[in-house]
Design a protein around this ligand. Structure first.
Ligand code: PNS
Length: 164
């Protein structure tokens, strides 16, 4: 079986992520979307919330499952018998760091990184920008699924109330 992983923080999942996951699901028999758990980073959503949103966003793709990983991505790949890491490339600026990570990862275990070019309409899209635009009242409804927008709006309102 050809297995692949789509790793990321997914705080929260965007239409750009879904674009990559859906296309990976046509290339591999099984795709695991793996949420990296990094306790030192301040996230807007908990790991459970990010998993819930991903599960909802990916429910139409029968060969996609959601999981989490801590530590090195290559250890997760080794444990699960995964030999391909799928990454979306939005622009040339993504490439330098992604190439370095791909080469480091393949030097550690038997794993290939497969780059999928992001659909142009999502080439500017990043979870961090979605959060920033939404925080200041900008319209991000075309950038995330409706259920993510609802959670994002609610969470930002909670944060605003807590700050007052
Ligand atoms: O969505 P992000 O924040 O760009 O995702 C980054 C992620 C989680 C894919 C990346 O930081 C990662 O692979 N972290 C796991 C730690 C690891 O394996 N580091 C060595 C990379 S060569």
């Amino acid at each position: 079986m050809r297995r692949a992983v789509c790793p990321g923080s997914f705080d929260p999942v965007t239409n750009g992520h879904i674009d990559i996951v859906s296309r990976a699901s046509t290339l591999f028999d099984e795709v695991t979307v793996a949420v990296g758990v990094n306790k030192s980073k301040n996230r807007l959503f908990t790991v459970e919330e990010r998993i819930d949103m991903l599960a909802e966003a990916c429910r139409d793709y029968g060969n996609v499952k959601i999981d989490t990983f801590q530590g090195l991505l290559v250890d997760f790949c080794k444990d699960r018998g995964i030999h391909a890491i799928v990454k979306g490339l939005r622009a040339v600026s993504d490439f330098d760091y992604e190439l370095q990570m791909a080469q480091m990862n393949s030097s550690l275990v038997d794993v290939e990184t497969v780059f999928i070019p992001t659909t142009p309409e999502y080439s500017f899209l990043a979870s961090s920008l979605v959060k920033e635009v939404a925080r200041f009242g900008g319209d991000v409804s075309s950038l995330v699924p409706a259920h993510v927008l609802a959670r994002l709006t609610a969470r930002l309102a909670e944060r605003r109330d807590a700050e007052m």
